[in-house]
Design a binder for this molecule. Structure first.
Ligand code: PMP
Length: 395
């Protein structure tokens, strides 16, 4: 069958192929990007969905506005306020997961051949989504403090991109946290070069110790002219439930209007039942306790994984202990003649019944084959310890 030419440069993800092997009995998987289902606040969501049906059946079950269900927009505005962002409900649209916000950004902003700067490494689905719209992706290097803003400035000046896409807080896959200083620098660069910055922030609430610096959006109030150059994507997926498919986008009015138009032709609106449930949930006041719970459990798992990696793999890997999010980003050092190719290690690891994702597919440009991503979200501490031990044996 002949397909549209826009599909020519997009392959199904290497990760999906790997996932086919995860059904093996007894396997311990650090490969997924899922939150732990055991962490879902089922009781709270039951109550919220029941309330949605009894108190507002006409809203929860009917077609709704493309921009989003008003009570949810109001609740999301209040939620953002707790994170230092002043936004009127009309200043955000609800999206079907933040993945849809990324797709709408691709649709509204990218013409074939346009340049977009992303981090190297960055979220795989973003790479594929932007490529589908014909973007030429340019990789900006990162370290443990996020994107290197000096390098970023050079790339912006040279390539004049349509926009820059960043995951500043606990990136996927990097786990890195952009420092406060660099966040401010990003805002300065936006204004200096009049470049749109996309801040993708599904993990910002998932911190384990001290709260991270405010989002780039929250900091924009101190940098005149920057707010009009920012699009911010939020999500309830990692902290509440990805199955609800509730995300949102805050962006300049002109961009929101175009994105809304595109969304109208795509899914008309995000499920009103999900939106009404999410609105009731946020209104119920359970969110702070839910956040505290996920932070604590994932924090313990991250701690356990860091300790196990040091114990079992020693100087054969280097990594920075993540302060939040769901991932360890590690690099095989090749010390003492040990393996330095994560693809090869992934094959051996599957034989030892442990799985992770090699890092290469997360690079839009030159891949670093020594890198790997390990999720600590879905295995408990005992499984994490056993899984990392197997990884050490595989190595
Ligand atoms: N952005 C990033 C960085 C992610 O890691 C994910 C989920 N893996 C998403 C966006 C999409 O999440 P959702 O559509 O569930 O909100």
């Amino acid at each position: 069958m002949q397909f549209a030419s826009r599909l020519d440069n997009v392959e199904t993800s290497a990760i999906r192929e790997l996932f086919k092997l995860l059904g093996k009995p007894g396997i311990i998987s650090f490969a997924g990007g899922f939150p732990d289902s055991a962490m879902f606040d089922v009781e709270g969501l039951k109550e919220a969905s029941q309330k949605a049906l009894t108190e507002e059946p006409g809203g929860a079950l009917q077609y709704g506005a493309t921009e989003g269900y008003e009570p949810l927009r109001t609740q999301l505005g209040a939620f953002m306020k707790t994170k230092g962002v002043d936004v009127d409900p009309s200043g955000l649209i609800v999206t079907t997961g933040s993945q849809q916000a990324l797709d709408l950004l691709g649709k509204t902003m990218i013409s074939p051949g346009d340049k977009v700067i992303v981090e190297g490494p960055t979220f795989l689905a973003t790479i594929q989504c932007f490529r589908l719209y014909g973007a030429q992706l340019i990789s900006a290097p990162i370290d443990a403090n996020g994107v290197k803003t000096d390098e970023l400035e050079k790339l912006i000046a040279e390539h004049k991109p349509r926009f820059v896409y960043l995951i500043p807080t606990f990136g996927n896959p990097s786990g890195a946290m952009l420092s406060l200083e660099r966040r401010k620098k990003v805002l300065e660069l936006a204004v200096k070069y009049q470049t749109l910055i996309v801040e993708d922030d599904p993990y910002g609430d998932l911190y384990f110790g001290e709260a991270p610096p405010p989002s780039i959006l929250a900091l924009s109030k101190d940098v005149p002219g920057s707010r009009e150059l920012l699009a911010h994507c939020g999500s309830l997926s990692k902290v509440l439930s990805p199955g609800l498919r509730i995300g949102w986008m805050i962006a300049p009015a002109e961009l929101l209007a175009k994105a809304t138009m595109c969304k109208q032709f795509s899914d008309a609106h995000t499920s009103t039942f999900s939106q009404a449930t999410a609105a009731q949930y946020l209104k119920s006041g359970r969110m702070p306790a839910t956040l505290a719970h996920v932070r604590e459990v994932y924090g313990q798992r991250a701690q356990a994984m860091g300790a196990a990696l040091e114990r079992e793999l020693g100087d054969a890997v280097s990594f920075t202990q993540p302060q939040g999010g769901l991932f360890f980003w590690a690099r095989l050092t090749g010390a003492n003649g040990k393996l330095a190719d994560a693809n090869e290690l992934a094959k051996r690891a599957i034989e030892k019944l442990v799985a992770f994702v090699p890092g290469a597919p997360f690079f839009a440009e030159k891949p670093d084959v020594a890198t790997l991503r390990l999720s600590f979200a879905t295995a408990d501490v005992a499984k994490i310890e056993e899984g990392v031990k197997r990884l050490g044996q595989a190595l």
